[in-house]
Design a protein around this ligand. Sequence first.
Ligand code: SF4
Ligand code: FES
Length: 229
Amino acid sequence: MADAVQLGAVVDADPGPQHRGGGIGLARHGECAKDPRRVPDRRDTYEGQQVTIFDNRGLCQHSGLCTDRLATVFRTDAEPFVAPSGGRLDEIIRAVRDCPSGALSYAIDGTEAREQVDRAGTREPAIEVSKDGPYRITGQIDLVGPAGSREGRSQGASLEHYALCRCGHSQNKPFCSGMHWYVQFRDPVPAPGHEPTLFEWAGGAAPGHSPGCAGWRIPQPGGLGCSHR
Ligand code: SF4
Ligand code: FES
């Protein structure tokens, strides 16, 4: 059985100066060992004429948003992956800001635009259950490990937005590593006319379905919970 991962919301967490999610945090229960086969945690720097792009492949969740939107900058068919002079500045900035894993960032005139990438902390805390994929966290929700300490982050990772594994197969737990695509993780298809319960709405499986992520738990008083197997 794979590692169990459980998430539960924490209220009244001390957010600290870099964590302004309204004092809301997620607490992880259970162990999340990194897979030795994971893509190395290393932030690369790509200097262009008008912008420098930072990218950590070890954090990418392979949503394909950047490559679909700006294939001349974020290239799947060429090395290096990033060509910072391959697109318009405004398009690059938009793509970087929309990266759900927090793997991307950018700098202009040598100064990283972290505040811009992180929407200056203006997004409300939110957890999106993406179809057949990870939880997408936005709004500077803190992430706390089993011992109560802050979860370690990858090099250059955004604290404002990140993606958490929902399939149980990540090589970078508790964060998504894109493995859900390789293992063909699928949310169950509801029967026609089926009204989702709160449990299912929050990402849990309907009765009779057994997706790759088993053991969802209904949000507890003060907590959104799940366990991956
Ligand atoms: S997670 Fe970010 S870097 Fe990875 S494919 Fe998606 S947009 Fe690109
Ligand atoms: S949801 Fe992406 S690796 Fe599990």
